[in-house]
Design a protein around this ligand. Structure first.
Ligand SMILES: Cc1cc2nc3c(=O)[nH]c(=O)nc-3n(C[C@H](O)[C@H](O)[C@H](O)COP(=O)(O)O)c2cc1C
Length: 308
């Protein structure tokens, strides 16, 4: 998720869950190929991690996929779901649902360059192209080249709605995603959109192969601590939030040495104590102090004293 699931966030999430697949923010081919920063940077501890690419030039996508594999990513995911104007002008994201041949060609070229899986994140439709038949035609075009689809169970309106509204206003239609799995049993179908609890995840898994959690995982990271045991059935102990924060300290120190700022790391952890006494003071103390010059783990320790 743009601006949210950066490498600091993913490092933190990996402390909370060992089994889930983590995704990067969408990174455009332009940023990777022509940008000044290292847009492919990630921490080794993040594995398994999927790089989400945004783009519509098959050659550029293939080039980026190759670079990503060389850097050690476990999967490439193509964004065919983001409705932002900025994204449409560059002709990628959800508007690509109307360009199935181009998407198919891009995936074919990418998969040709890499051994890791190339997967697709998509919506159930765009604008008036929102019938089940349209979704099937889109999927069928891509099927020869990829078997894995993560489907955000609502359509996107490409004009008129902001990206935020496009995550809330078009109604969720989980049945449509279930039907996709029923009609194409050989595909791996993961469902996304509005899913918040372990019980909901378990319910969806009766009908599809996977569940992608977006906002809830970020805003309520404690949810992630239960996934390994309750969904993947591992017997590892569930980490408590205090230990999870302290487990970050070596990483914080290492990152501060490299010039990172404490608030850039801690902002992803703010929701971990939600619902507990002192959570508000924890958030406030960090918001007021973690951006200050020289702020380090002692600031975090101080913030933890508010938690009861
Ligand atoms: C701040 C923010 C940034 C997002 N950025 C991306 C992105 O880069 N790529 C993407 O595929 N989806 C992105 N999304 C959409 C989410 O991945 C997800 O599809 C959507 O929020 C619905 O799932 P949820 O209800 O579990 O959050 C973003 C969502 C939010 C809130």
């Amino acid at each position: 998720m743009l601006d949210w699931t950066d490498k600091h966030c993913r490092y933190f999430h990996r402390i909370l869950t060992k089994q889930t697949l983590l995704y990067t923010e969408m990174v455009t081919t332009g940023a990777i190929l022509f940008g000044k920063g290292d847009y492919l940077a990630f921490n080794n501890e993040e594995h398994p991690v999927s790089l989400q690419l945004g783009g519509s030039d098959p050659k550029a996508l293939a080039q980026c996929a190759k670079l990503a594999q060389e850097r050690g990513y476990d999967e490439i995911n193509l964004n065919v779901g983001c409705p932002s104007d900025r994204v449409q002008n560059g002709m990628f994201g959800a508007c690509l649902m109307g360009k199935a041949d181009l998407v198919a060609n891009s995936i074919a070229l990418m998969q040709d360059q890499v051994d890791i899986p190339v997967t697709v994140k998509t919506r159930i439709g765009i604008d008036d192209l929102d019938s089940y038949d349209f979704l099937c035609q889109f999927i069928e075009k891509l099927m020869p080249y990829t078997k894995t689809f993560i489907v955000h169970a609502r359509k996107a309106w490409l004009s008129g709605l902001s990206p935020k509204e496009n995550r809330e206003v078009p109604p969720l239609d989980y049945d449509r995603v279930y039907k996709l799995k029923q009609d194409y049993p050989d595909l791996t179908i993961a469902i996304n959109g509005g899913i918040k609890t372990i019980d909901e995840i378990k319910h969806h898994l009766k009908y599809v192969d996977g569940v992608m959690i977006g906002r809830e995982a970020y805003q309520n990271p404690l949810l992630l601590t239960e996934i390994d045991t309750k969904i993947f059935g591992t017997h590892t102990p569930i980490i408590d939030p205090l230990s999870a924060i302290r487990a970050l300290y070596p990483y914080i120190e290492q990152q501060l040495m490299k010039g990172a700022q404490l608030n850039h790391i801690m902002r992803h952890t703010l929701g971990i104590f939600n619902g507990r006494k002192g959570a508000r003071q924890w958030r406030r103390y960090l918001s007021e102090n973690a951006h200050k010059q020289g702020a380090g783990v002692e600031v975090v320790e101080q913030a933890l004293t508010f938690i009861q």
